[in-house]
Design a binder for this molecule. Structure first.
Ligand SMILES: [Zn+2]
Length: 157
């Protein structure tokens, strides 16, 4: 989570994170800084239900992604849970795995950084709808417009 994105209105937005994400934040910034931040911004720390975690793992397996870290899993599961409860939710992440899974689960997802993220990776991406193969991370399939991709690890020579 970052405050540099002007589209992210901290005053009127409710922010939810999971204990796993909070631990991650605390591993990167000081307790003092985090306490100040928390006093300025409404942040609720919530764990997703085990049902939501199970559903999220199932969906991740369906698109044959690699293993998700506990914090990645927890935040997607929480977003999914809110969506199921009829809340308007946007998941903020620049991580390919999270973004791809969120799109597959029809969760609204946005990047944190301003610039469009197109990173070269050592794998290719196959559109799960039409099978088109791409060398880079893209937001939607150039061929059919689908937004979920299967990540293919290239065999090392
Ligand atoms: Zn496609």
């Amino acid at each position: 989570m970052q405050t540099t994105n002007p589209n992210f209105d901290l005053e009127s937005t409710e922010i939810y994170i999971t204990p796993e994400v909070e631990a991650e934040i605390l591993s990167k910034i000081s307790q003092v800084l985090y306490t100040v931040f928390k006093s300025k911004v409404r942040i609720s720390v919530i764990s997703p239900s085990s049902d939501s975690v199970r559903e999220t793992l199932k969906k991740n397996n369906e698109i044959a992604q690699g293993t998700l870290s506990n914090q990645d899993l927890s935040i997607v599961a929480l977003a999914w849970e809110f969506k199921q409860a009829g809340k308007k939710v946007t998941l903020y992440s620049d991580d390919f795995g999270i973004r791809n899974l969120a799109k597959f689960m029809k969760i609204c997802v946005r990047g944190v950084r301003q610039n469009k993220i197109v990173r070269k990776r050592k794998y290719t991406f196959t559109c799960i709808a039409c099978g088109a193969i791409f060398q880079e991370i893209i937001d939607e399939c150039d061929v059919c417009g689908h937004q979920s991709f299967k990540r293919n690890f290239q065999k090392s020579k």
